[in-house]
Design a protein around this ligand. Structure first.
Ligand code: ZN
Ligand code: MN
Ligand code: MN
Length: 299
């Protein structure tokens, strides 16, 4: 089972890998820089070396970069739009340098200019990114588009919106999709029954193609079905519940994908609490698998 969580890089990229190893996980998501800042200073050879060395000693089988929350590929504001494109180009370059196959991003919000215009800007932005020297130099890096919870004017909420992007980006073979369970539930997809999950996956396959689904963000949802509220909860403590996640982790079409937790983190100083909650969420996820063997340690 490919399972892990988003970890902080506050001690450096290689520290996130070391922490993943301590948690006994084989999948990891990181920001490649301070996610609240537009500024991406070049990765130094020493940082790259430290990351690669730590990774080669680790049990990690899957790593993904999550882009900064500032990025809005649908923004009608010229400066935000161009900064978003530039930032995504940089993320692709970093992924290439670090040997990370996927850059996961939210597609953005149209901010009152309408769904159609917003989707069009996203397509143009992605075309520009894939045409950039950064993307050409890193041909193995794929960008994953994450489904959104639908707060405000955010896009990529329903599969048909993601489809418009996938159908229109020229180098769409370099695009994949990440399904976030909290976002999907907030958007109104009820996958908490076997029938509901099958129906949703059929729709996903029709609109997007299951082959494109590369990653699952496993987060419970604080708010009810269709609330369009993006508030993550610990696994089993929200509206999706343990039985919902049990279906997700065992479904034959999903079980081999990487599962990454983005469950709530306390403030930075509460490092011990965060790691305790990560351990609980990870072992909960693992215990839901049908092939789970009891009696073993968390690893
Ligand atoms: Zn995300
Ligand atoms: Mn997510
Ligand atoms: Mn979220």
């Amino acid at each position: 089972m490919l399972l892990g969580c988003h970890l902080s890089i506050s001690g450096g990229l290689h520290q996130a890998v070391a922490q993943a190893e301590e948690l006994g996980i084989n999948a990891l998501q990181i920001f490649s820089h301070n996610a609240r800042s537009w500024h991406l200073k070049d990765l130094q050879p020493k940082e790259l070396e430290a990351f690669k060395q730590e990774r080669s000693k680790s049990s990690l089988e899957y790593v993904v970069i999550h882009t900064s929350y500032l990025i809005n590929l649908a923004s009608p504001k010229e400066d935000v739009y161009s900064k978003s494109i530039q930032a995504l180009r940089e993320e692709v370059r970093r992924a290439g340098q670090l040997g990370i196959p996927h850059v996961n991003t939210h597609v953005g919000a149209h901010v009152g200019t309408g769904i159609e215009a917003g989707l069009k800007r996203i397509v143009q932005a992605l075309d520009e990114v894939f045409n950039s020297p950064e993307a050409r130099e890193c041909p193995d890096v794929m960008i994953l588009l994450e489904n959104d919870a639908g707060e405000g004017t955010s896009l990529g909420v329903r599969f048909e919106e993601l489809r418009v992007i996938l159908d229109n980006v020229k180098q769409s073979e370099r695009l994949g999709v990440c399904f976030d369970t909290c976002h999907g539930y907030a958007a109104g997809y009820d996958f908490t029954s076997p029938k509901g999950l099958d129906e949703m996956l059929n729709e996903l396959d029709r609109e997007i193609d299951l082959e494109r689904l590369k990653l699952i963000h496993t987060n419970d949802s604080k708010h009810p079905l269709g609330a369009r509220r993006d508030r993550h909860e610990h696994i089993g403590r929200g509206q999706i519940g343990l039985s919902g996640f049990q279906l997700i982790v065992n479904h034959p079409k999903l079980r081999n994908l990487p599962f990454i937790l983005e469950t709530p983190k306390a403030a930075d100083e509460a490092e011990k609490l965060n790691s305790a909650m990560d351990i609980i969420n990870i072992s909960t996820m693992r215990s839901l698998r049908e092939d789970f063997q009891t009696g073993g340690a968390i690893r």
